[in-house]
Design a binder for this molecule. Structure first.
Ligand code: ADP
Ligand code: TYD
Length: 210
């Protein structure tokens, strides 16, 4: 059985990830691909409980505690969901993964990069996404979209400077692994973005089948 592909979707809050992850899943299913659609933090019973803590806790959470909880959820997710699905030959589409920890806990909160790199090596020494789709929008655009949400979570309530740092950290992370990333301008009309995304997925699909 051929191993499936691991595709992650990233971007600041409001960049359009959820919209495009759902669309990509439909697109790939339409091309006969068996896939698992999942998200971080979350994807397992334990991970969803950690998500609740991470997104809804009112009291303080130290930046490093936040990073450790993200990676704890990830460890379980890899064990229960991501790893087994890939082995079954399914593709895994994941709404956020480790790049989000570098962007939010690293860029946003200021956790040292070398500590995050140590966690990355600990939690998934031999696995990286085959493709990471980064939806890029400015902090201003992201916040403008998120402002419509009635009850924003702990991250969505952060200020513009936070999202400027998160976006910069994503772009830096992309520079470090340019072959793994495709960066799409998230401010273009949704149909145009999906056009481009469809072309990229078709290319990945034909390489995988070859
Ligand atoms: P994310 O998951 O990255 O936070 P969403 O996919 O939930 O973002 O999108 C946030 C909001 O912005 C939604 O209301 C969505 O319809 C809208 N949106 C997403 N992409 C675009 C786009 N390219 N142009 C205009 N609005 C968009
Ligand atoms: P997300 O699923 O994008 O939220 P929503 O359902 O509102 O679209 O992600 C939840 C939040 O978790 C998001 O603000 C980013 C944050 N996050 C981190 O800070 N670090 C991480 O490693 C991950 C995976 C997510």
């Amino acid at each position: 059985m051929k191993r499936g592909l691991f595709i992650t979707f990233e971007g600041i809050d409001g960049a359009g990830k959820s919209t495009h992850v759902a669309w990509s899943a439909e697109f790939l299913r339409g091309h006969g691909i068996a896939l698992t659609l999942t998200r971080e933090p979350g994807g397992t019973v334990l991970g969803e409980r950690l998500r609740e803590i991470l997104l809804a806790t009112e009291g303080p959470i130290h930046a490093e505690t936040e990073a450790l909880l993200m990676f704890a959820a990830r460890r379980q997710h890899l064990e229960e969901v991501i790893g087994p699905a890939l082995v079954r030959g399914e593709w895994v589409l994941c709404d956020r993964f480790t790049d989000a920890s570098f962007a939010y806990q690293g860029g946003g909160r200021g956790v040292e990069k070398k500590k995050l790199a140590a966690l990355e090596t600990w939690v998934h020494p031999h696995l990286q996404p085959d493709l990471t789709v980064l939806f890029d929008v400015s902090a201003q655009v992201g916040q403008g979209r998120v402002a419509r949400i009635k009850s924003p979570d702990r991250f969505e309530r952060e200020n513009a400077a936070f999202f400027v740092r998160v976006r910069a950290a994503y772009l830096e992370r992309m520079k470090e692994s340019p072959d793994r990333f495709v960066c799409l301008d998230g401010t273009r009309p949704i149909a145009d973005i999906q056009d481009e995304l469809g072309k990229k997925l078709t290319m990945v699909l034909s390489n995988w089948k070859a």
